[in-house]
Design a protein around this ligand. Structure first.
Ligand code: SF4
Length: 323
């Protein structure tokens, strides 16, 4: 593992039991995250893309222990956080924050911006009274909200302003790592780039690291240093962003990329339409999980899981075509 990694995820699994009948017997498991390993460096933005239901949101929340992992390890600055409880866990949580997709439901409608943004500082005993007010006003100002809005409620703000408040709340405790879970997909397109640019500015200013989750490949390309592609609970390809978009290797990534309109006039890629919906994560296909939809599938693909291969420095692919 990378010695300079801020966050390391090692063979992480999150299975949800599927219950049935009056006795609530477990009849199977939704394997939402199934053996994921990666690391994120200080100041690095790692994008995570995949269709809805592929497990990316569960992965983001499990890393923060908002959902408890089934197995595997999560290290923050080299120290495992999986077994931490109480004060120790709260201490780590200061450093690891999340920005949710929907700024309408992620902010408590009964709290003012003063309470929302100042809550973490107050709970951790870091500030109170006039000092807390000053910090909250400075944070609002930094994210582009007039400090005079400090006594407003979320319903008095637009969607973009609410997401700015959510960002102020996330950076209030001076964290090192933020999971950004589809942070602009609920916003008007005209507002999206403002929020993305604010996140990039804050990354530079505070040397933040992001796990940037989105189904929107263009947004992920804009934000990320490195990109991971997730399919049915597993990472099937990861590479530096520029390389992944220029030279995708995995047939699933190639299909996803083919849906992005080319910026050059007349330069549209030939769109690959994948057959069917992603299979259920309750009983994922044997062998390569993508084989029922893969235009390149060979006989080995339906029986043997593909190994992970490094096709060029830092470019990993799980596919028999490269083994
Ligand atoms: Fe397709 Fe086989 Fe590669 Fe899976 S391992 S992506 S089925 S070629």
């Amino acid at each position: 593992m990378d010695g300079k990694a801020l966050v390391q995820v090692v063979d992480l699994k999150k299975y949800f039991p599927v219950k049935t009948g009056v006795f609530s017997r477990t009849k199977g498991y939704v394997k939402a995250v199934d053996g994921v390993s990666f690391s994120i460096g200080e100041g690095e933005v790692v994008g995570l893309v995949g269709e809805s239901g592929c497990g990316k949101t569960t992965l983001g929340r499990t890393i923060l222990r908002l959902i408890e992992p089934t197995s595997g390890d999560i290290l923050f600055r080299g120290r495992s956080i999986v077994g931490l409880k109480g004060r120790e866990l709260r201490g780590v949580r200061r450093n690891m924050q999340i920005i949710f997709q929907d700024p309408y439901s992620s902010l408590n409608p009964r709290m003012t911006l003063r309470q929302i943004v100042g809550e973490g500082l107050r709970i951790h005993g870091l500030a109170s009274g006039d000092e807390l007010d000053k910090i909250v006003k400075d944070l609002l100002d930094r994210v582009g909200i007039p400090p005079t809005y400090i006594d407003k409620y979320p319903h008095e703000l637009s969607g973009g302003q609410r997401q700015r408040v959510a960002i102020a709340r996330a950076i209030a405790l001076n964290p090192a790592f933020i999971v950004c879970d589809e942070p602009v997909s609920a916003l008007d397109v005209s507002i999206q780039s403002q929020i993305l640019n604010l996140l990039l500015e804050l990354r530079d200013e505070f040397n933040l690291s992001y796990l940037f989750i989105s189904h929107d490949l263009a947004v992920v390309e804009y934000m990320s240093d490195r990109v991971m592609v997730m399919y049915l609970g597993q990472i099937v390809e990861s590479a530096p962003a520029e390389e992944l978009y220029r030279d995708p290797k995995h047939p699933y990534t190639i299909a996803l990329m083919s849906a992005i309109p080319s910026p050059e006039p007349g330069g549209r890629r030939e769109r690959i339409i994948l057959p069917g919906e992603p299979p259920s994560p309750i009983n994922p296909p044997e062998g390569c999980r993508f084989h029922p939809r893969c235009p390149e599938a060979k006989s080995i693909c339906s029986s043997t899981p593909p190994p992970e291969v490094e096709v060029s420095p830092g470019h990993m692919v799980k596919c028999h075509l490269y083994a």
